[in-house]
Design a protein around this ligand. Structure first.
Ligand SMILES: CSC[C@H]1O[C@H](OP(=O)(O)O)[C@H](O)[C@@H]1O
Length: 354
């Protein structure tokens, strides 16, 4: 079984259908933007960085197979395609950032004298392709910087114990992962004792995806239910909680998988450091606080049903937000590819890292 969420070569994009994991490892072809948006909306593909990468590559494959003949047509197609992709899932900022950056890039390129529509199309495709390598590079930096920081600030002579939530590994990114990247770097240093991963109801990214990644890489780990987080922190010598992010805003408030906020409250209560691991592509400094973040609400069946079988009482009301916002006061540090910052240092830290 493979841990690659995406398989891409120019003109061909395949995504690992994460709805079928861990039972089966099936790659589905994505031939264009509509299929890319559907794969994101249905959560075949998920994870803030992976959403932006698959969305952008779905545009690249469509442009490769059906290149516009006029520059004006290209500009309109790219703008409308990115709007469609951004609309697939609203909370993670990565796809919106990619859309804004690509539209700005293309506008600048289109102003250059004598540039042809084919040259512009090629530059859009190359721009999308560059996201793959950049994401893996960023994740390895996040992993190494986060591991070093945790080793320097925690006393864990027998090895570090990490509690993590949702899936933030190779299945949520182009590879290596963010919070799971920190786990991988600690493991590579021989300084990881154990990982506790939460089930992460209702989509079960923890039991289906993170557990799959940890077993695959023979990283010592234990699956717990979301409701076991408090007793695990009290009785299992957790050194640090490390989670991912879908949108970190200017004051450090962070939207992440629902259940993250309560982990932060529990970590505070138990005196355990709480870290958000996220690339700068998951940061949105245009929003001053987390109150402005749109929280996606998903179909009630994702909560009431298991494998298509209803387990909740018929007729009960359902609230199924996919994310919650952790206030910056509960966050010890934000681990980025530019460094580890306290929430109040984030804006300056990112601007200096550019
Ligand atoms: C590497 S960030 C992954 C981030 O995205 C997940 O959300 P979803 O599975 O709904 O796309 C979750 O919030 C993770 O922390």
């Amino acid at each position: 079984m493979s841990l690659e969420s995406v398989r891409y070569r120019r003109g061909s994009l395949q995504v690992l259908n994460q709805l079928l994991l861990p039972q089966s490892s099936q790659y589905d072809s994505v031939s264009g933007v509509r299929e890319g948006a559907d794969a994101i909306r249905t959560m075949k593909v998920r994870g803030a960085p992976a959403i932006a990468i698959v969305g952008s590559l779905s545009l690249a494959v469509e442009l490769t197979s059906n290149p516009p003949q006029q520059t004006a047509e290209l500009l309109t197609f790219v703008r409308e395609s990115m709007e469609r992709l951004v609309g697939a899932r609203p909370t993670a900022v990565n796809m919106k950032r990619a859309a804004d950056e690509l539209n700005a890039f293309l506008s600048r390129e289109a102003e250059k004298p004598g540039v042809t529509v084919q040259e512009l199309t090629d530059r859009v495709v190359q721009w999308a392709e560059s996201l793959l390598e950049k994401d893996v590079r960023d994740n390895r930096l996040i992993g190494d910087l986060g591991a070093q920081h945790i080793l320097q600030t925690t006393n864990a002579p027998a090895g570090v114990v990490i509690l993590t939530h949702c899936n933030t590994g190779s299945l949520a990114t182009a590879g290596y992962g963010t919070a799971l990247g920190v786990v991988r770097s600690l493991q590579a240093l021989g300084r990881l004792s154990h990982v506790f991963c939460t089930e992460t109801r209702p989509y079960n990214q923890g039991s289906r995806l993170t557990a799959y990644e940890l077993v695959y890489e023979k990283i010592p780990a234990t699956l717990i239910t979301d409701s076991m987080a408090a007793v695990t922190m009290r009785e299992r010598q957790v050194s640090a909680v490390v989670v991912g992010a879908d949108r970190v805003v200017a004051n450090g408030d962070t939207a992440n998988k629902v259940g993250t906020y309560q982990l932060a409250v529990l970590a505070k209560h138990h005196g355990i450091p709480f870290y958000v691991a996220a690339p700068s592509t998951s940061c949105d400094l245009s929003l001053p606080t987390g109150g402005s973040i749109v929280i996606e609400e998903r179909p009630s069946q994702e909560l009431t049903d298991i494998n298509g079988v209803r387990v909740a009482a018929p007729g009960i009301g359902v609230w199924n937000p996919a994310f919650d916002v952790t206030p910056h006061e509960l966050i010890t540090g934000i681990i980025t590819e530019h460094g580890v910052f306290r929430p109040e240092e984030l804006r300056d830290g990112l601007s200096q890292g550019k």
